[in-house]
Design a protein. Sequence first.
Length: 324
Amino acid sequence: MILKKRPRRLRKNQIVRDLVSETTLDAKKLIMPYFVCEENKVKKEIESMPGIFVNSLEELLQEIESDYLLGVRNMLLFGLPKKKDPQGSGAYAKNGIIQKSIRKIKKEFSEINLIGDVCLCEYTSHGHCGQVDAGGNILNDATLKLLAKVALAQTEAGVDWVAPSDMMDGRVAVIREVLDKKGFVDTGILSYAVKYASAFYGPFRDAADSAPQFGDRSTYQMDFRNSLEAEKEACLDVQEGADIIMVKPALSYLDVIYRVKQKINLPVCAYNVSGSYSMVKTTARQNFIDEKKMVLEILTSIFRAGADLIVSYHTRDVFKNKWF
Ligand code: PBG
């Protein structure tokens, strides 16, 4: 007679289920994104991302304070300049909005871990993440110099980590070199090594007004039909000196997170992007789904796939409602 195997005994009640569960949610592994704009007295909810605001600096400080009191400690900052130009000079200007905000935030909240998004697309008039020539082609190597300037400017202003999200080839090496040369050996690089060209970024681009004015990002962001390329991009960034490897988006790319985690020996971060947040939040507002359950299931699946940390717009809700 064949013995029946009965794994369901391990599911008998909640205590046992918790005991044998393989994935544990930890709010300390979450990073909350913020958008700061250059104007004054702005606190504007992003229409496609209910609960997420574009703030001017004073308002941002209030939001950060209230999140700090809830327990949020890891924060990722995006700057939205008043004026954009082809070089994206606002990204590295000493008194650009992001540098000003970093100085102020770190002065008032020295214990938080502040991460600066290093990219040009929020600052360029054409909306691309790099320099473009007259024919609209992205100039990879010319962009590297600017990205190094952005990373250095943010580091001098006081960020703990820089997070290059532009997808230019070779930028981690260039950033590491300039930071080391200036003595910032302890500033970490969280590299968006594996970033796909994705429709899931839609709401973010509305918020940052950073949709490309011509073409799209397919020449420098990855093709979602591929995953071998993800391993290659991750390995290159490890060699160049990245400290954490980002996979983005997270949902729809759980297999990629898994592959990257198997391949490299660094922490893997996943970015649960604006479009995923928007889908959950807008349907929850209509009472079509149970928001808490859906958020827990999504975040758990991302950790289960292999992510060690997650950037998520749900972070504030997790802390506020003590979901875990
Ligand atoms: C900047 C950047 C983007 C996001 C993070 N950094 C936009 C893009 O690549 O178009 C998207 C984040 C999100 O959708 O939440 N390059």
